[in-house]
Design a binder for this molecule. Structure first.
Ligand SMILES: O=C(O)CCC(=O)C(=O)O
Ligand SMILES: [Fe+2]
Length: 362
């Protein structure tokens, strides 16, 4: 049954509870943005306000050659200043990146009941979840986004339970990106002057999940957000975006330490992947690396897909500022937390910028 878009409750039930998603609502034909999706003015993304910065992508293949030190410096510098950078020659086949985008479109292009079969409570596996917005029950305004999330536990589990439209490519994406994730996290830890035991290092990226995000076209992008302001909770995020654009990152400080707070667009670069620092690395580095606040705009002409891989600590892992860094800083800016507690707090609140970090702040 199509909802009356005037009636908030039936719209919420149609989109969220019954699993039709934003796509199901848009496919019914929609000339204006329903009230539940209208952001308060201070959360709206005014395209003309964002500055375009030239941030040249980092050639990761150079980490294995004579330019290693220079590239390692570039990575650490990007992690300290913006918390975001793009990489080329990352070792993931370009055809796979294309297949990921088309698989995401295949998954979300299905009939709503096919997708709804993976909703929380219905999904054949606790590791696969289809949904919309972030925490719809808690949000003042909903996000214009549908997603499917796949947590990796084993190949057998993935091949049995992940959606057919995307399981092979998502698994291949996870496998071919592992080396890159390890290299980048190793460089970042080494640049802090810290050596970690292998087991500790592995535990920091011990759990990995692939999401596929789908942002349908929106009749009035100025009123909505695809994803609201947030930081990622884990260690490192690898993100594939298509060519549509609309990912913005907040620059906290300028090079000279001045507070700026301007939003920078991470413009799509063909063949590149976006890398961003998560809260965990900000905590471990005692604040030196930035888990940048970011958000996504919607567009009226074309839908957009993105495919992040989140590498997060094992839930039982204790996360706190690394002792060597605390010693040199003379102060611990965060307390030690069990990652599972951090994660539960993260998923029980609507997106609100970098508020997630308060949970670990002293
Ligand atoms: O779609 C994007 O570009 C970013 C999505 C994102 O920030 C996330 O899934 O955490
Ligand atoms: Fe994010």
């Amino acid at each position: 049954m199509a909802p009356s878009f005037e009636d908030g409750k039936s719209l919420f039930n149609f989109v969220v509870r019954d699993g039709n998603g934003v796509k199901g609502m848009v496919d019914l034909g929609l000339s204006k943005v329903p009230e539940q999706y209208i952001q308060p003015p201070h959360e709206r993304i005014v395209k003309l306000n964002a500055s375009v910065h030239e941030l040249p992508p980092i050639d990761l293949s150079k980490l294995d050659g004579p330019d290693h030190d220079q590239v390692a410096n570039d990575i650490a510098n990007a992690a300290e200043v913006l918390g975001f950078f793009q990489v080329l020659n990352h070792g993931i086949p370009l055809e796979l990146l294309e297949s990921l985008k088309s698989s995401a479109n295949d998954f979300f292009g299905q009939a709503p009941e096919k997708k709804a079969a993976f909703q929380k409570g219905l999904s054949p596996s606790p590791h696969v979840k289809y949904g919309t917005s972030f925490v719809p029950e808690k949000e003042k305004a909903l996000e214009w986004k549908d997603y499917v999330s796949m947590v990796y536990t084993s190949d057998a589990d993935a091949l049995s339970y992940w959606p057919n439209e995307c399981k092979n490519v998502a698994l291949e994406y996870l496998k071919t990106s592992t080396d890159m994730v390890k290299k980048i996290v190793k460089v970042l830890i080494a640049k802090l002057g810290v050596t970690l035991e292998d087991s500790k290092f592995e535990a920091l990226i011990g759990l990995r999940m692939v999401n596929m995000n789908y942002y349908p076209t929106c009749p009035d992008p100025e009123l909505t957000v695809g994803v609201g302001r947030h930081s990622d909770m884990g260690t490192l995020t690898v993100l594939l975006q298509d060519g549509i654009g609309g990912l913005y990152v907040k620059l906290e400080e300028d090079m000279d330490g001045e507070k700026k707070g301007e939003w920078i667009e991470i413009t799509p670069v063909p063949g590149a992947l976006v890398i961003n620092i998560g809260d965990t690395l900000q905590i471990l580095s005692n604040g030196r690396y930035k888990s940048a606040e970011h958000r996504v705009r919607t567009t009226s002409s074309q839908s957009r897909v993105s495919v992040p891989i989140f590498s997060i600590p094992k839930p039982t892992e204790r996360i706190g500022p690394l002792p060597e860094v605390v010693e040199s800083d003379g102060v611990a800016r965060y307390r030690e937390v069990v990652f599972e507690d951090y994660m539960n707090n993260f998923f029980s609140n609507a997106h609100d910028g970098k508020k997630s970090l308060d949970y670990a702040t002293t």
